[in-house]
Each structure stands twice: as structure tokens, then as C-alpha cells.
Design a protein around this ligand. Structure first.
Ligand code: SF4
Length: 226
């Protein structure tokens, strides 16, 4: 299947969180000016695209989720979140390499604060694109009386980043434009892979999906979901 094109939008509160503002709009004047000056340029740098595929779940064990075809993902929290799911939506998304080239250029010119700002904007953009995809799919599946879980990515929570190999292995890199380095980081850097579960809802108002953060004691976790 060809890529889905979703235009990322830059939410100020998401940027503010990366700049240490705790999610509040508390930019200084100079920071605000730099963000504004880069917003227009960002549109010329982003090459957003997202690929996804839906896989049938063969088995959910204690700490593992196996899909038809033999791939098994290992994460206790993922398996708990997906225990009622019968399918999973696997995805890879990127905003491309042009923004990375620009950041590297700024770094080479020692324009570090600008490089940092653009880097943060790229992170917010790819995260926003994936969130739009997840919310959009959730709405469409709700019409089919299906419910979705929260989304999970290798390297977060208790899902090892090395599992990225299994997830990326479901996609041909020549189509996605995303390669996996030996370190298990993706290239282009501003890319996200992940999955979420799908199940048939028993009623029209299913309960909220299981959130592992509710009973997790890791209070300093940056990925904590409320
Ligand atoms: S706070 Fe949430 S995301 Fe962070 S480790 Fe705990 S369960 Fe995982």
C-alpha cells in the first residue's frame, strides 16, 4: 500500500514541553521569534509519509504478542494492553531527511540554538503526524464498532528498542524510505514506528483502553500518559 500523507501541525504546547516549559506556552520573546521564523521554512523541509499494515494476532501470552506469520513482540505491558485485541495496526512514519540535513548544516555553522529548535520542531511534527493517524483510525474503527488500544513504540516503556528490528521487518525499506541502523535507531532520525491493537467492542461505549501508566511507579518517566 502507498504512503498515507498527513500534514503535521505544530502545537505550541507540545513544543513548549520539549523546551522545558512543562506544556505551558511560556516561550521567551527571542525563542518565540525563532520558532516563528522557522515555521514557514519547516513546510519546505517536511516530507511526511506514513505506512501501515494490519496484522492478525495469533497469540497473546504473558509478556508476548505473536502475529500470524511468526513475529513475536516481547513486552509485558504491551501484551497486557493487547490481551483483548484480535488484530494490530503496525505503522512507520517519517518527516524525511531534509530537516535532518538542515539541522546538520546549522550544527556545522555552530548555530546550535537554531539547530536545537529545528530538531525539537521536527520531533513534534512527526509525533503529531502519528497522533493524527492514531486518532483518525480510532474514529474510523469506532464506526465499525471496533475499539483501539493506546499506541506503543519499541524503546518506550518495557518494550526493548531492539524489537524495532521485528517491527521494521514487516515493511520494505525501499517503499517506506526508512532504514534501521545497527543501533536500532531509524534513518531518517525523525521517524516513529509503533503499533496499536484492535478489538471488537462489546457495546457502543467501550471502556477507555488499558493504560499501563496508571499503575506504574516510574514517576519521572517522560513518556507517562495521563
Ligand atoms: S510511566 Fe507509563 S510509559 Fe513510563 S514506564 Fe511506566 S507504564 Fe511505561
Amino acid at each position: 500500500m502507498g504512503p498515507i500523507l498527513i500534514n503535521p501541525s505544530l502545537k505550541e504546547h507540545e513544543l513548549s514541553r520539549l523546551f522545558g516549559g512543562g506544556g505551558h506556552q511560556s516561550f521567551s520573546c527571542s525563542l518565540s521569534a525563532k520558532v516563528e521564523s522557522y515555521k514557514e521554512k519547516l513546510n519546505t523541509l517536511l516530507e511526511p509519509r506514513l505506512h501501515y499494515r494490519i496484522e492478525e494476532i495469533a497469540d497473546v501470552g504473558v509478556g508476548s504478542v505473536s502475529i500470524e506469520g511468526g513475529t513475536t513482540f516481547r513486552s509485558p505491558k504491551l501484551s497486557r494492553a493487547l490481551r483483548n485485541s484480535n488484530e494490530i495496526v503496525c505503522f512507520v512514519a517519517t518527516v524525511g531527511g531534509a530537516i535532518e540535513d538542515e539541522i546538520d548544516g546549522l550544527m556545522a555553522e555552530k548555530r546550535l540554538s537554531e539547530a536545537y529548535i529545528l530538531d525539537a520542531m521536527g520531533s513534534v511534527a512527526v509525533e503529531n503526524m502519528v497522533e493524527q493517524f492514531h486518532q483518525g483510525e480510532r474514529s474510523e474503527f469506532t464506526i465499525e464498532n471496533r475499539s483501539t488500544t493506546l499506541r506503543f513504540s519499541p524503546g518506550y516503556c518495557d518494550w526493548p528498542v531492539t524489537e524495532q528490528k521485528k517491527l521494521l521487518g514487516l515493511f520494505a525499506s525501499e517503499f517506506t524510505g526508512i532504514d534501521l541502523l545497527d543501533s536500532c535507531l531509524m534513518q531518517p532520525r525523525k521517524s516513529i514506528s509503533g503499533l496499536f491493537g484492535l478489538s471488537y467492542a462489546e457495546d457502543h461505549h467501550p471502556p477507555p483502553p488499558y493504560n499501563p501508566c496508571q499503575d506504574c511507579k516510574k514517576t519521572d518517566c517522560m513518556a507517562r500518559r495521563t
